[in-house]
Design a protein. Sequence first.
Length: 488
Amino acid sequence: MYQQITIKTLALQHKKQTEIATELGCHRNTVRNIINRPVVEKPTRNRPSYFNQYRDQIKEWLTKKVSQLRIHEILVETYQVKQTYDSLSKYIRKDFPKTPEAFGVQVTPPGEMAEVDFGYAGLLPINTPGEPIRLAKTWFLSVRLNYSRMAYRVMVHDQKVTTFIKGITNAFTFFGGVPKRLKIDNLRAAVTKNQHYDLQFNSDFLDWASHENVVINPCVPYHPEQKGGVESDMKYIENNFLVERHFDDWVDLQQQFDQWSVSYANSRIHGVTKKIPNEIFINEEKSTLQPLPVNDFSLFERCERKVQSNCHIFFQNHYYSVPSRLVSKIVTLRFNGSLLKVVHQGEEVACHLISNEVGAFTTCRSHLPEFKCYGATEYQQKYEAKMADLGEFAQTYFKEVLIKHDSYWFRSVRSILGLAREYGNEAVNLSLARALQFHVTDTNIIKRIVTQQLYLLDIPPRLLETNQTAPSLKSQDRDLEYYQKLIT
């Protein structure tokens, strides 16, 4: 094609055909034919692509969303293809072009929707005035009203849920009201899971949204165009504010950014609406916003703790009780300056006022298992009532055991209650009556009375007479010895 254009150009310069042929090294007939052609012919390549023989297979792989790199690897491994990866990519771009995705314009009424997102600003100074410059990762948070394009922007150093909530709360204060809906990306500060029909929000963020009376509308994963307004604002900040500007320190950075956002970005003629966002906001949208909440939302930090075997968790040198069913489980603590909330699987299970007393315990009795909720006296009363349910002699036995074995009485009482569950209340009560006649409190002997049904035997008159008088130590020993011989 270059030779054709050159021949025509030389002919227009009134050179002879023989001179042109000599200069270009071709036959004069070729020169004449090209001059007589009305249009310059473009060279064409009719040879089919090497990859056409694998066209159907490549199409199937692309339908299954197999990457181009993997397709090339399979062709090399399976069919010993020698062509390069770039050749395959050019073939796929030409024969399997992607259909450009189309999007509709999102139009919302005034006060209906706001969009919010983080954008990475890079390493920016965080030093205070007079200190050497120190750089740190910095993000900008933008909250943008869809209708008026009015936006609140702020610089932050992290994307924690507390930072996220504070930023949006300050934005609502800046607007003087709350929109009905909030369009957010799937960032961890707000959405913990967004898969098909399984949508889970961060509990703190969900509580905040309920407090502000705003509905959360998360985008579908990997579809940032659903909040295209704030995405455009991100690019606007990156290409306008962050370009060719110098910042001495953190205070200077904030001052310049606030001034740029309020005095320039919100006061310029918008590229789409051809109107000034601030004027539209004041004249048309501000009055449609919901009123701000009367009370401020309490922000909570969070951490995790393991519940100890004594039904307490340790936090800031103090012990706080947790329901006994959560022993050895990991729970989430949400706390601020005065309040501590314990959360397990999204449910608040305990709430305590934070104490500054070091090494002390804050205990709610309902958190402890039943047997730990009794003091020494209450504990005895509880078991005396259980023994009284067995019968009169069982209650008398309890009082005698309490006197003789003050430090470990509960072992004997639990053994007796176990016998009652196995052999019945009447049998145990009668066995205790017989044991009391011989001043026996040992549970092993009482068990033999029950199992061998010795409570059905008549008590010897001699023992009854002896029992009616105040027995001496020897008579007691003699009676016990006699009884032991009787049951063997």
